[in-house]
Write a new protein. Structure first.
Length: 873
C-alpha cells in the first residue's frame, strides 16, 4: 500500500479564499458548478502546477478567469484535475462536474438516504463532489446555492446562515447559504429533502439570538425534542465551562438513516445518524438518551475544537477528536453522575482501546503514517486522545488548564493547528516544559506501572515504589504519568503527609521512583490512580481483604468500583484457568466478596442505585480475555463468568428479590430520562440479571412479567435480554412479540437484531444467517449491519471465535459482500479480528485461514486491504 507520512507534510502550493458552489440536485445527474478564488501560497513552491483532488469525477467544463482553458493547459482524470502552469496571481477557476447521488453506496460525498440528499465530506469526501484542494489546511469562505425539485426537496440546507431563497423555474426552487467562517472542505455540507422540523430560539452569552433546529424524517418530529434540548444544554455548557459562544444565526441538525458513523460536525449543519437523534420512552433506552446527549454535545463542541480551530493535516486528528471527546465527557459528567460516568468511560477505554493498543492495529495517538485515513478514526485517537487531555489537566490543575484552553483558542482561531500548537498554549501559560509529556502522542502501547508498598510500623512511614514500562518498547524514555492517590484504612481515608504528592497527585516521570508518607500508624491500603488518572495497566499485589477495604472505605468512587472489579476478575480468571465443571465449584473463595456486596447493597443500593448497578456488574467476557491475554478459550471464560454470577446471585438472592421489587415500586408513573430515574432502572435490571443467574425459572418469571408490563424501552429490552439467554418458548415468544410491536421501527429492530446476535449458543450462526434475509435487514444500511454482524463479532466471543471457524466465516462473508458497496463499513467490521493472536491454537488457526480467504478476494478496497495487511503483519 502507498503510505502517507507525517514527515512529508508541506504547505499547499495554492490557497482558495472563497468557494461559490452551485449544486443542482437530481437523483441521478446532480450538476455541480464550483467557482474557486485561488492564489499562490507564499509558503508553497513557486511555479508549481495546480493539482486538485477528485475521486471518480467527470469534468464537464473548466474556465480560468472566465475563459475556457486550452486542452493542453490542463489534464483531468477521475482522481485529479491539473492545471499545468497556473497564473502567478490570484485567479478564478470555474469547474463543472456531474455525479450520481443514488448510485453512491459508500455514503461519502453527496448521496441519498431514504430519498434525502445529504453529504459526508470528512475526511476526504468533498473530492467526490468537485475537484478541490481537499486538505484541512486549505480554509475558504463558502457560499452554497442549492437547487432542487420543490416536491422532492422542499427543505434545502447549507453551512452558515440562510441568505436568500425562491423559485427556480417550473416546480423548482433554490436556497443560498453563506458561511462567513473560513473552513476546510471536510466541513462542507448540504441537505435537500422532505423533512419535519422542531426548533426553538436560544440567546448566547454575548446576546446573539440563535435559531436551533432538528430535522427528521416526516412523522418523527415528536422524537426530536430531546436532541433539541440537548443542543441548548450543550451551548450553555460550552459558554460556562470554556467561555465558547456560538457564532452563526442558525444551528441545524439533520437526522438521516444511512450514515457511516455517529454524526458529523459540518459548520452550522451537523448531520446525524438518526440513531443519535430520535428518542421516545417507548423506543429509546436510557443508554440511547445518554448517547444522544453526548453525541449532540460532541458535534456541537467541535464548533470550536475542530471548526474554528481545525487540524493542519489528518495526522493531527486527535487535536480535534481527543480534545472534543474530553469536552463531551466533561459535559456528560456535569449533566449526570461524575463517578458513574467516569466508570463508563474507563470501561469503554479498556474494552476498546487497550486491546487495540496491544494488537496488530496499535498506533500512536498521533500516527506517523497511514494508507487510508478513514481507518484512523479509532479508539486510540478518540479515547486515548481524550485521556491525554485529561492527564494534562490533572498535571497543571483546572485553573491553568482553562487558561491554556483560552490561549489555544485565541492563538489558533481561524487556523489549521498541530498538536505542538496545542501544547505550546499550555507551556506558555504555565511556564512548564511539556516536551516529556508530549511523548504520550508518539508512543503506541499501554504503559504498565508496577507498584510495591511497605509499611514501617516503628518509623510510622509508608513507602510506595513505582516502576513504569512500555511493553515492546522497554528502552523508550519514560512517560509523564500523573498518579492521583491516597491512603485508606479500616475507618476511611488516612490523612498522611508526603511532600511529593501535590493536590493528591504524584507525577511519575522517571523509569522508577519512590515516595514516602509520614505519620502512618496503621498499615494502609493505597488507593492508586484515583478517577483513573492515567491510561495505564496497574500491577500491584493486593489481597482481597485489602481490596474490600477500598470498596468499603475509599472516598474515590472509581477505586471503590475498581476494587470490586479486581476481585471479580481474579475469581473469574482463576475459574477460567481451572475450568472446573459448574457442579464442582462450591464458590467458597467468593464468599467474602459476596458478603461485602451484601453489606454494600444494604447500605448504599437505594441511595446511589446507578453506582450500585456498576458494582454488581462483573467484568465482561472480553475484559477477562484481555486480562488473560494469551491462549484464550472464550468458552472457558464464559463458563467461569457464568459460575461466578450464579454464586453471587445465590448468595444475594433475598436482597436481590427485595431490591427488584422495591425498585419496581419506585418507578414513576411518567417516564423521565434523567440520571436518577435511569440509575433506578439500571439497578433493577442488574438485580434481574443476577436473579436469573441464580435461578433461571424465577428469572424467566420475573423477566416475562417485566417484559409484558414495561412502560419504557429500557425495562422492556432488559427483560428481553434476560430471556434471550434462556432457551425455550418464553424467549421465542418474547422475541416474536417484540418484532411485531416494532415492525415499522428500524432503529428498535436493530436492538432485536443485536439481542439475537449475542446469544451464546451454537444455533446463533444459523439464526443470524436467517436474520440476514429478514425484510427489515439490509447489508447496505450501516446501522443494520452493526446491529447484527457488528454486535456478533465484538460482543459474542464464544460464537464469533468458535473453534470450527463458523463465526469467523459468517463475518468474513459479510465483509466481502459489504466491501463492494461500502468499504468504510467493511473495514470497520474487519477490525473485530484485531485480537486474533490472543486466541488458543485452534481458533487462531481458524482466524488465520479466514483472514487468508479475505485476502484472496479479488478487488478488495483500499480500506479493507489496509486493515487486513496490518492485522496479518
Ligand atoms: N468528525 C466526524 C468523524 C468522521 C465521520 C463521520 C461520519 C461519517 C464518516 C466520518 N468520517 C469521519 C465525527 C466525529 O467524530 O465527531
Ligand atoms: Zn468528533
Amino acid at each position: 500500500p502507498i503510505l502517507i507520512h507525517l514527515e512529508d507534510y508541506r504547505p499547499s502550493d495554492y490557497l482558495i479564499d472563497t468557494v461559490d458552489i452551485d449544486v443542482r440536485l437530481h437523483p441521478r445527474e446532480t450538476r455541480i458548478i464550483s467557482t474557486l478564488a485561488l492564489r499562490p501560497n507564499p509558503a508553497g513552491r513557486p511555479h508549481a502546477p495546480l493539482v486538485l483532488d477528485g475521486d471518480e469525477l467527470a469534468l464537464l467544463g473548466l474556465t480560468l478567469d472566465g475563459s475556457p482553458l486550452d486542452s493542453a493547459a490542463y489534464s483531468a482524470t477521475p482522481a485529479a484535475l491539473t492545471v499545468h502552469e497556473p497564473p502567478r496571481r490570484p485567479f478564478a477557476l470555474r469547474i463543472e462536474t456531474r455525479i450520481d447521488p443514488t448510485a453512491n453506496t459508500k455514503l461519502m460525498g453527496l448521496y441519498r438516504s431514504s430519498g434525502v440528499y445529504c453529504t459526508q465530506c470528512e475526511a476526504d469526501g468533498f473530492r467526490w463532489i468537485t475537484y478541490f484542494l481537499d486538505r484541512p489546511d486549505v480554509m475558504s469562505v463558502y457560499t452554497t446555492r442549492i437547487e432542487a425539485e420543490e416536491d422532492e426537496a422542499p427543505i434545502l440546507l447549507g453551512n452558515g446562515n440562510p441568505k436568500e431563497s425562491g423559485p427556480a423555474g417550473p416546480g423548482r426552487h433554490y436556497a443560498v447559504w453563506h458561511d462567513p467562517h473560513p473552513k476546510p472542505a471536510y466541513l462542507f455540507a448540504l441537505v435537500g429533502g422532505r423533512l419535519d422540523r422542531v426548533s426553538r430560539e436560544v440567546t448566547t452569552m454575548d446576546g446573539r439570538a440563535v435559531s436551533i433546529a432538528v430535522y427528521v424524517e416526516p412523522g418523527k418530529a415528536d422524537r426530536a425534542d430531546y436532541a433539541l434540548e440537548a443542543i441548548a444544554r450543550s451551548m450553555r455548557w460550552d459558554e460556562t465551562a470554556f467561555g465558547r459562544a456560538y457564532d452563526l444565526d442558525v444551528f441545524n441538525v439533520v437526522a438521516v438513516s444511512d450514515f457511516n458513523m455517529g454524526a458529523m460536525e459540518n459548520k452550522g449543519l451537523n448531520i446525524f445518524n438518526d440513531k443519535y437523534v430520535l428518542a421516545s420512552p417507548d423506543t429509546a433506552t436510557d443508554a440511547d438518551y445518554a448517547a444522544i446527549e453526548r453525541i449532540i454535545a460532541h458535534e456541537y463542541f467541535h464548533n470550536w475544537s475542530g471548526n474554528r480551530v481545525t487540524c493542519r493535516d489528518w495526522f493531527q486528528l486527535c487535536l480535534k477528536e481527543g480534545l472534543t471527546v474530553f469536552r463531551d465527557q466533561e459535559f456528560s459528567s456535569d449533566m449526570r453522575s461524575r463517578a458513574v460516568h467516569r466508570i463508563g468511560e474507563v470501561r469503554t477505554l479498556r474494552a476498546r482501546q487497550f486491546p487495540e493498543d496491544a494488537g496488530p492495529l496499535a498506533h500512536p495517538v498521533r500516527p506517523r503514517a497511514y494508507a487510508e485515513i478513514n481507518n484512523f478514526y479509532t479508539a486510540t485517537v478518540y479515547e486515548k486522545g481524550a485521556e491525554i487531555v485529561r492527564m494534562l489537566r490533572t498535571l497543571i490543575g483546572a485553573a491553568a488548564f482553562r487558561a491554556g484552553m483560552d490561549r489555544y483558542f485565541a492563538d489558533n482561531d481561524g487556523r489549521a493547528a498541530t498538536v505542538e500548537d496545542f501544547l505550546a498554549a499550555f507551556a506558555t501559560e504555565t511556564g512548564r516544559d511539556l516536551s516529556g509529556f508530549a511523548r504520550w502522542y508518539e508512543r503506541p502501547g499501554t504503559p504498565v506501572v508496577t507498584i510495591e508498598g511497605h509499611h514501617d510500623a516503628s518509623a510510622r512511614t509508608y513507602r510506595l515504589r513505582f516502576r513504569q514500562r512500555l511493553p515492546g518498547a522497554e528502552d523508550s524514555p519514560p512517560l509523564v504519568i500523573p498518579i492521583a492517590l491516597g491512603l485508606v484504612g479500616g475507618r476511611g481515608p488516612i490523612a498522611a503527609a508526603c511532600e511529593r504528592v501535590v493536590g493528591g497527585v504524584f507525577v511519575l516521570d522517571r523509569p522508577a521512583d519512590e515516595i514516602v508518607f509520614t505519620d502512618v500508624d496503621e498499615r494502609p491500603v493505597p488507593s492508586l490512580f484515583r478517577e483513573f488518572s492515567a491510561p495505564v495497566r496497574v500491577e500491584m499485589v493486593l489481597s482481597d481483604t485489602e481490596r474490600l477495604t477500598l470498596l468499603a472505605h475509599d472516598n474515590d468512587s472509581f477505586n471503590r468500583w475498581q476494587a470490586a472489579q479486581s476481585i471479580a476478575m481474579r475469581l473469574i480468571v482463576q475459574r477460567t484457568k481451572a475450568d472446573a465443571p459448574l457442579a464442582e465449584d462450591a464458590g467458597s473463595d467468593a464468599q467474602a466478596f459476596v458478603e461485602a456486596l451484601s453489606t454494600f447493597l444494604d447500605a448504599e443500593a437505594l441511595s446511589d442505585p446507578a453506582f450500585a448497578a456498576l458494582v454488581l456488574g462483573l467484568p465482561s467476557e472480553g475484559d477477562v480475555a484481555n486480562e488473560i491475554g494469551v491462549d484464550i478459550d472464550p468458552d472457558a471464560i464464559h463458563r467461569a463468568r457464568r459460575t461466578l454470577r450464579r454464586h453471587i446471585g445465590r448468595g444475594l438472592r433475598k436482597r436481590l428479590e427485595a431490591l427488584h421489587a422495591a425498585l419496581a415500586d419506585q418507578a414513576e408513573a411518567a417516564f423521565s430520562s434523567d440520571a436518577a430515574s435511569a440509575g433506578r432502572r439500571a439497578l433493577q435490571n442488574a438485580t434481574l440479571d443476577l436473579i436469573k443467574a441464580a435461578d433461571e425459572e424465577r428469572g424467566t418469571e420475573l423477566a416475562v412479567a417485566q417484559f409484558t408490563d414495561a412502560t419504557n424501552m429500557t425495562d422492556r429490552l432488559a427483560a428481553l435480554s434476560a430471556l434471550a439467554t434462556i432457551p425455550g418458548e418464553a424467549r421465542e415468544a418474547a422475541l416474536q412479540a417484540f418484532a411485531s410491536r416494532y415492525a415499522d421501527e428500524p432503529l428498535v429492530l436493530d436492538k432485536w437484531f443485536g439481542i439475537q446476535a449475542l446469544i451464546p449458543e451454537n444455533d446463533t450462526i444459523a439464526r443470524i444467517r436467517e436474520l440476514q434475509d429478514h425484510p427489515a435487514f439490509a447489508m447496505t444500511n450501516p446501522n443494520r449491519v452493526r446491529a447484527l454482524i457488528g454486535t456478533f463479532s465484538t460482543a459474542n466471543p464464544t460464537q464469533f471465535a468458535r473453534s470450527d471457524g463458523a463465526g469467523f466465516k459468517l463475518v468474513a462473508d459479510a465483509i466481502r459482500t459489504i466491501d463492494g458497496t461500502n468499504p468504510q463499513l467493511a473495514a470497520r467490521l474487519l477490525t473485530a479480528f484485531g485480537s486474533w493472536r490472543m486466541l488458543e491454537f485452534e481458533r487462531r488457526s481458524q482466524a488465520t485461514a479466514t483472514l487468508g480467504e479475505i485476502a484472496a478476494t479479488p478487488g478488495l478496497s483500499r480500506d479493507v486491504a489496509d486493515i487486513l495487511t496490518r492485522t496479518l503483519a
